[in-house]
Design a protein around this ligand. Structure first.
Ligand code: ARG
Length: 583
């Protein structure tokens, strides 16, 4: 808005409400922090109305704005660059004040309007393998929830597990045949995975088994106690398995599986019929959506309900009963069409309350093997998620050992603190998990990516490892400063810019709020990753630019380090990195 005032000072005749200043961050220039293309827009919009006098181009208009004297405490200098773009240099005082405010008040997000947001993520299917696609949904979803919560939104974390449907007919049938005494003699977890495969095999090859399984579906839907009991056991076993993953990844999520909506499915169908949007199609009940070839199918030929029915019920529940303003669904892009249909269906029903309710599919690409092919083990089996986490941990351990060796040989400057064996263990776990998460989050989510340990754990790349080491190094400087109590130190001293690169680093810290805003507007967590990486790159540059300890400007630089630490810690939390304190 300081920029807008400047534009209006240069051209008082411009209608005030006809434009907003669009700002783009410049992160690789020591002199300027932002640039704006707005002049080009204004020029084209108003040149016919002769608002610019005898100025003949956007470049001349930009030059005039740059030359306009305007006293404010945010902008120091504006320069016209090529094509009518303006670059903006922030006021030192402004940067200092903002950093000092972070130091005293912590990081805050100025939320305009609190929303209630459902994040539907992870959502594996009972008795089927939880695969890398679910891993991706879990990682993205957890981070998204943390960011929204930090912003002050009310978040409902929903695990829409596949715990209902026809596959339970064959599962229950098979369970009762193979483990009639399952209540006292529970099948082990490993066998549960096989349960699905074996049941499926029998279902496909054995007509008698198939018919009986279909009867079990009907019985289950009629809530027959024996079936319900077996169903519960099967769900419980799966649950134990994916809870292990959630624990390792530090994920919090609440189960509202497909079965949760089961009781209301008949009413939902009736309601749709009453609205007059349901058609009969060869015995099935469908809803046609304009512009879409495939319709929503809310009742199958055999009278059963399916994935579409459940998602219609879920949408209604979330909008009308839970009163949510924003529904976010995280699955791979393959389900894009499904969600498009559900969103349109909900709109046809008038459940959404425009302009407030927003339904968005946060689709993501596939996770491929390091070779770019389908992700499989060497023997061709699907990869177990637990094994992935274990291997990452093991490799992280080697990585840390290497680092310690290098420290001892004096390649890296030594932090002078050694890890105990338990600390090694914890550090490896944290680094392994962080490496997987961060590598996933930093991708443009729509693209496929290759799951490649070497790239994930590269200490020199844009990886969690690099970020974590950078943090350790920062801590060790703060430790070496000898300052015992930073709270007292912060209260007694103020940050003051003494070097151009301090400005540069500080300005990067100040982008925090804008970055988070665009992350949740555009559902692009990778921008937050780029932001964190950029901070760490700038810290490394700073070490080459000036001394922090034993310098006349030590105090102010330590304050900047402390601010960096605060921002990094917060960002780490948002992307699910648990930092290491020393190595
Ligand atoms: N269980 C589904 C799958 O594994 C994902 C569910 C996503 N959420 C939803 N409301 N449909 O593909």
């Amino acid at each position: 808005s300081a920029m807008k005032t400047r534009v209006l000072t240069a051209f008082p005749n411009l209608p005030q409400n006809s434009f907003e200043i669009q700002l783009e961050a410049i992160t690789n220039n020591l002199n300027f922090e932002y640039k704006t293309p707005t002049v080009i827009r204004i020029y084209n919009q108003f040149k016919k109305q002769n608002l610019f006098g005898d100025l003949k181009s956007e470049v001349e208009v930009a030059q005039k704005i740059a030359a306009t004297e305007c006293q404010d405490n945010v902008i120091q200098k504006v320069e016209a660059i090529e094509k009518g773009f303006l670059t903006i240099q922030l006021n030192n005082q402004f940067i200092e004040d903002e950093i000092n405010s972070i130091l005293t008040n912590g990081l805050k997000f100025p939320l305009e309007k609190k929303q209630k947001v459902v994040v539907d993520f992870s959502s594996p299917n009972i008795a089927k393998e939880m695969h890398v696609g679910h891993l991706r949904s879990t990682i993205l979803g957890e981070s998204l929830c943390r960011i929204l919560e930090f912003q002050g939104q009310e978040v409902v974390r929903v695990n829409h597990i596949g715990d209902w449907g026809t596959q339970f007919g064959m599962l229950i049938n098979h369970l009762l045949e193979e483990y009639p005494d399952y209540q006292t003699n529970k099948p082990a977890l490993k066998e549960l995975e096989d349960l699905y495969k074996e049941a499926k095999k029998k279902f496909d090859s054995n007509e008698e088994f198939k018919v009986k399984s279909q009867q079990f579906v009907v019985k289950l839907q009629a809530l027959d106690p024996v079936c319900i009991d077996a169903w519960k056991m099967i769900c419980e076993l799966s649950r134990q398995e994916y809870n292990k993953i959630y624990q390792r990844l530090n994920v919090k999520i609440t189960e509202y599986g497909e079965s949760y909506y089961n009781p209301i499915l008949p009413e939902i169908v009736k309601e749709c019929e009453a609205k007059g949007i349901v058609e009969l199609d060869q015995g099935a009940k469908i809803i046609r959506v304009k512009g879409e070839k495939v319709p929503l199918m809310i009742v199958k030929k055999d009278g059963g309900y399916n994935y579409d029915t459940t998602d219609m019920a879920a949408a209604k529940t979330r909008i009308l009963d839970w009163k949510c303003d924003r529904l976010l669904y995280l699955t791979d892009v393959g389900q894009w069409n499904h969600f498009k249909l559900v969103f349109e269906g909900a709109k046809l029903m008038g459940w959404h309350q425009p302009p407030n309710t927003s339904m968005e599919h946060m689709g993501f690409g596939l996770v491929l093997g390091p070779d770019g092919k389908k992700f499989k083990t060497r023997s061709g089996d699907t990869v177990k998620l637990i094994d992935l986490l274990d291997e990452a941990k093991e490799r992280a351990l080697k990585q840390i050992q290497l680092r310690v060796q290098e420290n001892q040989q004096g390649k890296e400057f030594s932090t002078g603190t050694a890890l105990s064996p338990e600390e090694f263990e914890t550090a490896a776990e944290r680094m392994g998990i962080a490496a997987i998460k961060y590598y996933d989050l930093k991708q443009n989510r729509i693209s496929d990516y290759n799951f490649d340990y070497d790239k994930m754990l590269d200490p020199k790349g844009n990886t969690a490892v690099y970020l974590m080491y950078s943090y350790v190094r920062m801590l060790s400087i703060l430790r070496k400063s000898g300052i015992q109590d930073f709270e007292v130190f912060k209260a007694d001293h103020k940050f003051k810019i003494t070097h151009q690169h301090e400005r540069h680093l500080a300005a990067q810290l100040l982008r925090f709020v804008d970055v988070l805003q665009s992350v949740t507007d555009q559902l692009a967590i990778n921008w937050l990753c780029d932001y964190i990486y950029d901070i760490c790159v700038k810290i490394a540059e700073a070490y080459n630019q000036y001394r922090i300890l034993n310098d006349e400007h030590t105090q102010t630089r330590l304050l900047l380090c402390e601010a960096v630490k605060m921002v990094l810690l917060q960002c780490f939390y948002l992307v699910g990195i648990e930092p290491i304190e020393k190595i």
